[in-house]
Design a protein around this ligand. Structure first.
Ligand SMILES: [Zn+2]
Length: 385
């Protein structure tokens, strides 16, 4: 480990840390800490605070018994920790094992410094490996994205979406009210609670009326002063009659070509930046932010695939049939909707000379999204042991 001068956040600082090139090769964890050479079974006598060479984590999820190793701080004969550190003295190069929480117990606050440095370096290495991975994958990914930007699928989606929202605007408006795809119809039911309230409210008036003589009742009837009759009361309840799929397709008009070409140019810029990056001059946070910008662009691209898939789901025959049967039962939706061999039709004899139709275009094929999913997978599954 060397003391190096480096620019961090625009300031030159002297930090004791390996260069990014060295950091890439640094190993942070060890599988069998007890098999390492020069292992002491006791704390070495030295004033100097040793450095953390490796972390060990012997917990194996899914297995009953976790492996344990002995800790020099606890001074127990039995092996007692599954997680901890391999410490190395800087002068003699001797190693010893200490439990995860025992380092701080033994060395106090000072241990926090070496611990933080170890973890900071480990985190930085992770970002460096992610950058290397991106650099390797981006040229192909950009070529693929360029191809997708020229794919007929984008135009087919846009045209079909515009047709649906224009021709079937009333249907689209009602479907847009369903936030999670529920197909709801309003149904009229008796409101017994409201009727009871009416009865309670009018009880004193009726009681008073009952006390009147027949002659007085007659007189008042003539004058139109008879108490009001109780009326049936109704309320509207939402009733779910089904579900539909592909909500994203009807949500808002999207220009997939614009989203893809914007994403392409921003990913291209990201790639340029990564290619020319002198990482030693950047803080770990800056490296992470650069990678976050890149992955959010990839996610934008994935949204385009989701939108294309939503059109396929929305215009599937089964889905259209559910929608049509709902529209049929909906008291506020006018006109006649039908599905005939996968084609959605709308007829309203009052003002349409011929029915409106829409079908999932036969030549609509969604390009493969595998490379983009794989990119994100690889960036989040870096082997940073
Ligand atoms: Zn211990």
């Amino acid at each position: 480990m060397n003391s190096v001068y480096t620019l961090i956040d625009g300031k030159e600082k002297c930090v004791s840390q390996p260069s990014d090139v060295a950091l890439r090769d640094r190993v942070f964890s060890v599988e069998d800490p007890e098999d390492l050479p020069e292992i002491l079974d006791h704390l070495p006598i030295t004033d100097e605070l040793p450095e953390i060479e490796f972390a060990y984590d012997l917990i194996r999820p899914g297995t009953k018994e976790n492996k344990m190793v002995r800790c020099v701080h606890c001074k127990k004969e039995a092996r007692n920790h599954s997680r901890g550190y391999v410490m190395k003295t800087t002068d003699t190069g001797k190693r010893f094992l200490i439990g995860r929480n025992c380092g701080a117990k033994h060395y106090g606050a000072q241990f926090g410094l070496v611990d933080r440095q170890f973890h900071d370096q480990r985190r930085r290495r992770r970002q460096l490996l992610r950058l290397d991975k991106s650099k390797a994958l981006l040229p192909n990914l950009l070529r693929n994205l360029k191809k997708i930007s020229e794919s007929p699928a984008l135009k087919i989606f846009e045209d079909t979406q515009v047709s649906f929202l224009d021709l079937f605007s009333e249907l689209a408006r009602y479907l847009a009210l369903a936030h999670s795809g529920e197909l709801i119809i309003p149904i009229k039911v008796r409101d017994y609670k409201a009727e009871e309230k009416d009865a309670d409210r009018l009880k004193p008036v009726y009681d008073e009326w009952e006390k009147l003589t027949t002659t007085e009742k007659k007189k008042r009837r003539k004058e139109g002063r008879e108490p009001p009759k109780l009326q049936e009361r109704f309320k509207t309840l939402p009733q779910q009659v089904g579900n539909f799929r592909g909500q994203a397709f009807i949500r808002q008009k999207s220009s997939l070509s614009v989203i893809i070409s914007d994403a392409h140019s921003r990913i291209q810029d990201n790639f340029q930046e990564i290619e020319h990056l002198i990482t030693d001059r950047k803080s770990t946070t800056e490296l992470r932010n650069l990678l976050n910008r890149l992955t959010s662009e990839i996610n934008r691209v994935l949204e385009v695939f989701d939108l294309m898939a939503s059109m396929q789901r929305f215009l599937s025959r089964e889905n259209l049939e559910s929608i049509v049967s709902w529209a049929d039962r909906h008291p506020e939706i006018q006109g006649q909707y039908k599905v005939k061999s996968g084609t959605l039709t709308f007829d309203n004899a009052d003002w349409l000379s011929e029915p409106l139709t829409l079908i999932l275009p036969e030549n609509f094929t969604i390009p493969s999204r595998e490379e983009f999913d794989d990119f994100l997978y690889q960036l989040s599954h870096i082997d940073d042991a």
